[in-house]
Ligand binder design. Structure first.
Ligand code: NZQ
Ligand code: ZN
Length: 389
C-alpha cells in the first residue's frame, strides 16, 4: 500500500430477504416530507411500490413522487425533479430502483437548494456543493452500479451528447441508508441482469488495472471477481437462484463503495469510452462497457504485462507453466471473452446502434483520464471504437 488515503463510508445497509421492514425504523430520523423517486414502472408491477408506500404512510410521511426516471437519467429530468422537491419542501429523497434512480436522487440532493445551474456546476466544472444537501435513502432493485453505497451520480445531457459521472468528494452525498433485498432483483430481465453483472466486473477491473505496488486492494479485487464469476454462471442458467443473486448483489456493493480503490490510482477508461457510447446511443450502461472492453484491454495489455498475467492466473485460473507472460495474459483475456459470450453480453458497439460515421463524435465525447497503465489519446480511442464495431 504505497498510497496515503482516507476511508469513510457512512451508508447503513439492510441486506437480505424482507429487509424493507427496516425502512420503518429509518424514517423517524428525517422530517415529514418525503419525495419518493422511481423509474418507468417495474416497481408497480412487482409489488415493491406498494410495500414502500405502505411503510411511508404508516410512518406518517407526507409523500410526493417523481416517477419515470429513465435509465441514463437526463439533465431535463433533473430540472423537473428540482421543481417538485422544492415545492414539496423535501426532507428526505427516497430512491426505489436501480442505479439510475439512486444516481438521480443524489444529483437531486445537491441541486434542490443550489442557486447555480447544477449541470454546469457539478458536471461541467466538477465543483462540490456549496448549498444545503438533502439526505438520500435507497431501496435497490437492480445489482450493478454500486450507487447504493457511493457518492457517484451519472447524468446525461442528450443535447450536448455528454454522459458524465460526478463522484462527490463529501461522504454526506452517499446514501444515508440502503435496503438490499436480493429477492427484489429476481424480476429483472436477463439482459439487465447480465448488464449489471458486467458492470460489477468492470468496476473491479477499472480499479485493479492500475499501480505496481503490492496492494491488499488487488487481492480483495481478485476475490470479488472470482465470487462474481462463480455466481454469474449459476444465475445465468438459473435466474431465480437466490444464493447466486444475493452474492451478486453484495459483490456489486463492494465493487464500488470505495474500498478496493484505496491506494490505487485507478483506470476508468472503459467507463469513459462506454459512457460516450451511451451519450450517443442511450444504450444500457453495462452493455456499453462490455462492447468496448476487449478492444480496450487488448490495446493496453502490452503496457502492463505483469498485471494481465496475474489477472489470467488469479482470476481465470490460467496455468502459466512453460508460457511467456504475453501468452498467459492473452489466455486470460480469451477466457474473459468466453465468459462474456456465455453471459450473452453485447460485444460490438454496432449492436448498440453505433454507425461508422458516429465514431469521431463518440471519441470527441470521451473524457481522457490518467491513472491506468496507458492513457489513450483521441486517435487511440477511435481505433478502440473501430475495433469494437
Ligand atoms: O425504470 P424501471 O421500470 O424501474 O426499469 C428498470 C430499467 O428499465 C429496470 N429494472 C430495475 N430494477 C428492476 C427492473 N426491471 C424489473 N425488475 C426489477 N427489479 O432495469 C432497467 C435499468 O435500470 P437502471 O437503473 O438504469 O440500471 P443500472 O442499475 O444499471 O443503472 C445504470 C445507471 O447508473 C449509472 C449508469 O451510467 C447509468 O446511468 N452508473 C452509476 C454509477 C455510480 N453511481 O457509481 C457507476 C456506474 O458505472 C454507472 O455509470
Ligand atoms: Zn459502471
Amino acid at each position: 500500500m504505497e498510497g496515503n488515503f482516507t476511508y469513510c463510508n457512512p451508508t447503513k445497509l439492510y441486506f437480505g430477504r424482507g429487509a424493507v421492514r427496516f425502512l420503518g425504523g429509518e424514517l423517524p430520523k428525517y422530517g415529514k416530507n418525503v419525495v419518493l423517486i422511481y423509474g418507468g414502472g417495474s416497481i408497480k408491477k412487482n409489488g415493491i411500490y406498494d410495500s414502500v408506500v405502505k411503510i411511508l404512510h404508516e410512518g406518517g410521511k407526507n409523500v410526493a413522487e417523481i416517477a419515470g426516471v429513465m435509465p441514463n437519467p437526463t439533465v431535463e429530468k433533473l430540472y423537473e425533479g428540482v421543481k417538485i422537491a422544492r415545492a414539496h419542501k423535501a426532507d428526505l429523497l427516497l430512491a426505489v430502483g436501480g442505479g439510475s434512480v439512486c444516481d438521480y436522487a443524489k444529483a437531486l440532493s445537491v441541486s434542490v437548494h443550489c442557486k447555480e445551474d447544477p449541470w454546469e456546476k457539478y458536471y461541467l466544472r466538477f465543483e462540490e456543493p456549496t448549498c444545503e444537501t438533502l439526505p438520500v435513502g435507497c431501496v435497490l432493485t437492480m445489482a450493478g452500479t454500486g450507487s447504493e453505497m457511493n457518492a457517484g451520480a451519472v447524468i446525461t445531457n442528450p443535447a450536448q451528447k455528454l454522459k458524465i459521472g460526478h463522484v462527490f468528494a463529501d461522504e454526506k452525498i452517499m446514501p444515508k441508508f440502503s435496503v438490499l433485498d436480493p429477492v427484489y432483483t429476481l424480476t429483472l430481465p436477463h439482459y439487465q441482469m447480465a448488464a449489471g453483472i458486467y458492470d460489477i466486473f468492470n468496476h473491479i477491473c477499472e480499479q485493479y488495472f492500475s499501480g505496481e505496488d503490492d496492494n491488499t486492494s488487488d487481492y480483495l479485487a481478485e476475490g470479488l471477481m472470482r465470487s462474481l464469476l462463480h455466481s454469474s454462471r449459476i444465475a445465468n442458467k438459473d435466474m431465480q437462484n437466490y444464493e447466486a443473486r444475493s452474492n451478486i448483489m453484495w459483490t456489486a456493493t463492494w465493487a464500488l463503495n470505495t474500498l478496493i480503490s484505496r491506494g490505487k490510482s485507478t483506470d476508468w477508461m472503459v467507463h469513459m469510452i462506454g459512457q460516450a457510447v451511451g451519450a450517443h446511443t442511450d444504450a444500457t450502461h453495462g452493455m456499453t462497457l462490455s462492447a468496448v472492453s476487449l478492444a480496450y484491454y487488448r490495446h493496453v495489455m502490452p503496457y502492463a504485462l505483469p498485471k494481465f498475467r496475474r489477472f489470467a492466473v488469479q482470476v481465470w485460473g490460467v496455468d502459466p507453466a512453460g508460457k511467456t507472460d504475453a501468452q498467459v495474459a492473452e489466455e486470460g483475456l480469451s477466457a474473459m471473452e468466453a465468459w462474456m459470450r456465455e453471459m450473452g453480453l453485447v460485444l460490438h458497439i454496432a449492436e448498440l446502434g453505433v454507425r461508422e460515421e458516429m465514431i469521431d463524435g463518440i471519441a470527441e465525447s470521451t473524457l481522457l483520464l490518467e491513472g491506468g497503465y496507458h492513457t489513450p489519446d483521441k486517435n487511440e480511442v477511435k481505433a478502440i471504437l473501430k475495433e469494437s464495431m
